[in-house]
Design a protein around this ligand. Structure first.
Ligand SMILES: Cc1cc2nc3c(=O)[nH]c(=O)nc-3n(C[C@H](O)[C@H](O)[C@H](O)COP(=O)(O)O)c2cc1C
Length: 174
């Protein structure tokens, strides 16, 4: 499996990094970080890392084969651009490619509260089969620490992308 993970400048950049860290090593991972994402990711062996202004990177083309893209977190800025079809950097271009090629795209919008503009942008994209999965807390998985809550959210994203994991205790399981 091949996955593209993008990180934009919303609060919760750490979640994007932990998502990448938790990915099984056999998944080929391509990472794009927006200029406004303040935290710089450490390069890891199984990760290919691209700058957001590298518009000629492989992921900018529909001919680049990949199974899914996740943007974690997704800023309202990037959400708005994607919903309008704007492709002015590598993240928005790659997302536009995912949509046109009808491939899996997961967005984790991080804002509170959401404006009507953001909600309309999400609805428009959801109708195009884009997965809208904000980092929302869950309380049924015997969670006691922040790390465990983050694992729960990352596990939900993995479920949505079809990635096997053991990150949280499932409801109804011992
Ligand atoms: C510390 C900090 C936290 C931010 N948190 C958010 C946020 O949670 N959600 C959001 O939509 N924008 C947030 N922003 C604003 C975005 O960084 C800004 O809209 C930026 O233009 C996003 O650019 P990008 O989409 O290219 O990453 C935050 C900015 C800063 C400096």
């Amino acid at each position: 499996m091949r996955i593209i993970v993008a990180i934009t400048g919303a609060s919760g950049v750490k979640l994007g990094k932990r998502f990448i860290d938790a990915l099984p090593k056999e998944i080929e991972t391509f990472v794009i970080v927006s200029k406004n994402a303040k935290t710089v990711l450490e390069k890891e062996e199984h990760i290919k890392y691209f700058e957001d202004d590298d518009i000629a990177a492989p992921t900018a083309s529909g001919s680049f084969k990949c199974d899914a893209m996740a943007i974690i977190p997704t800023s309202m800025n990037t959400l708005a651009k994607i919903s309008c079809g704007i492709s002015d950097n590598l993240i928005t271009r790659t997302a536009a490619v995912q949509i046109k090629e009808q491939r899996k795209l997961l967005l984790a919008p991080r804002e509170m509260p959401f404006s009507a503009i953001a909600l309309e942008n999400m609805l428009k994209l959801a109708r195009l089969q884009v997965i809208i999965a904000p980092p929302i807390l869950g309380y049924y998985a015997k969670i006691e620490k922040l790390d465990e809550m983050e694992d729960f959210i990352i596990g939900k994203w993995f479920d949505l992308l079809g990635i096997e994991h053991n990150l949280f205790h499932r409801w109804g399981e011992d």
